[in-house]
Design a protein around this ligand. Structure first.
Ligand code: NAP
Ligand code: ZN
Length: 350
């Protein structure tokens, strides 16, 4: 039997999001049925729902920072039980057989992973995300939320947390490493907390100094404004690693100038525009311009356990369903401190 779920979603490129009713698939043998308690709002929800990354099908229920409680499990589920605290991030399936999946990097699945919303699922239906009361997901794509992390604060870890943890881990942020974080929004503030907890020396590169006090409280050692040209003169040749979390086009060449020899700028921001780079800025200093997408399932669990151990949680502002459209506008104007989280119990009344 399918389940009827209350949801909130987009019905066109430009109309405000509105209450919707959707169907969740019947519980399969390896499926977990989750009662969604909280869902974070990621800037990707907005890029995607507004067709900035390409045309999509409507209606679309966004949301890939899902935290909830297991309501039911299929007969072959072994990892989860009713009542467990669980999360779901940006993926709900992958081929499971390609070289990327075999390495536990399902996000780079060669035939393509199935994203939590807006993608064709195995059964031909289009996946719908976490701005909803319920979701049914294969157990292999469900994460355990450690008891130390509150459920509402856990939600943003499932995308903002893993998307910043993965490149910091891969490029070995740690003691003796200088890490720059460009943009202090949802992803950026998590990058600051995680890089600090890994032991790196952290510098925020925000457009202005308006969030400097917050940045330093979150763990930044230094804070500079990128609207001030002096920043680029002062910090030239400094960083081993720069994580760019900006949702819009920025001049990457200027940030390559901030790298030390062998340094890397990793792009996690996903603006629809191209980010051109002058080859000479890479050649002169053996520098790299790289990208990174979320993280694999095992790495996501590792990140959750790391956050529990280090006592790290996102800074959140909780909202009801009737606040989603305003929250989107506030994300677009960078008025977010530092992640909106929907209280999904309010969806049914919306
Ligand atoms: P967000 O909360 O809106 O943060 C983006 C930050 O970028 C803002 O806080 C702002 O920081 C800065 N910014 C915004 N507009 C700018 C502009 N025109 N010029 C310069 N800086 C600007 O967004 P988010 O949820 O963290 O997501 C950030 C980006 O990452 C989005 O493009 C999203 O789609 C992408 N993303 C990628 C992945 C992945 O797997 N790679 C996963 C999740 C999200 P300041 O105010 O400090 O300057
Ligand atoms: Zn996201």
């Amino acid at each position: 039997m399918t389940t009827t779920a209350s949801a909130y979603g987009a019905t066109s490129v430009s109309d405000p999001l509105e209450p919707l009713t959707i169907e969740r698939r019947e519980l399969g043998a390896t499926d977990v049925h989750i009662d969604i308690k909280f869902c974070g709002i990621c800037h990707s929800d907005i890029h995607f729902a507004r067709g900035e990354w390409g045309e999509i099908e409507y209606p679309l229920v966004p949301g890939h920072e899902i935290a909830g409680i297991v309501k039911a499990v299929g007969p072959d589920v072994s990892k989860f039980q009713v009542g467990d605290r669980v999360g779901v991030g940006c993926m709900v399936d992958s081929c499971g057989e390609c070289s990327a999946c075999e390495k536990g990097e399902e996000q780079y699945c060669i035939p393509g992973s199935t994203q939590t919303y807006g993608m064709k699922d195995e059964d031909g239906t289009v996946t719908q995300g976490g701005y909803s009361s319920d979701v049914v997901v294969k157990e292999g794509f469900v994460l355990s939320i450690p008891d130390e992390i509150e459920l509402d604060a856990a939600a943003p870890l499932l995308c903002a947390g893993i998307t910043t943890y993965s490149p910091l881990h891969h490029w070995k942020a740690g003691p003796g490493k200088k890490v720059g974080v460009v943009g202090m929004g949802g992803l950026g503030h998590m990058a600051v907390k995680i890089a600090h907890a890994m032991g790196a020396e952290v510098t925020v590169l925000s457009r202005t100094l308006s969030k400097e006090e917050d940045g330093k409280k979150l763990g930044a050692d230094h804070y500079y404004a990128t609207e001030d040209e002096a920043t680029f003169e002062q910090l030239g040749g400094t960083f081993d690693l720069i994580i760019n979390t900006v949702s819009a086009k920025i001049e990457i060449d200027k940030f390559l100038g901030l790298l030390a020899i062998d340094g890397t700028v990793v792009n996690v921001g996903a603006p629809p525009e191209q980010l051109p780079v002058n080859a000479f800025n890479l050649i002169g200093g053996r520098k790299s311009f790289a990208g990174s997408m979320i993280g694999g399932i095992a790495e996501t669990q590792q990140m959750l356990d790391f956050c529990a151990e280090k006592g790290i949680a996102p800074e959140i502002e909780k909202i009801g369903a009737d606040g989603i459209n305003d929250a989107w506008e506030r994300v677009l104007s960078s008025d977010v401190r530092y992640r909106f989280v929907i209280d999904n119990s309010t969806l049914a009344e919306a």
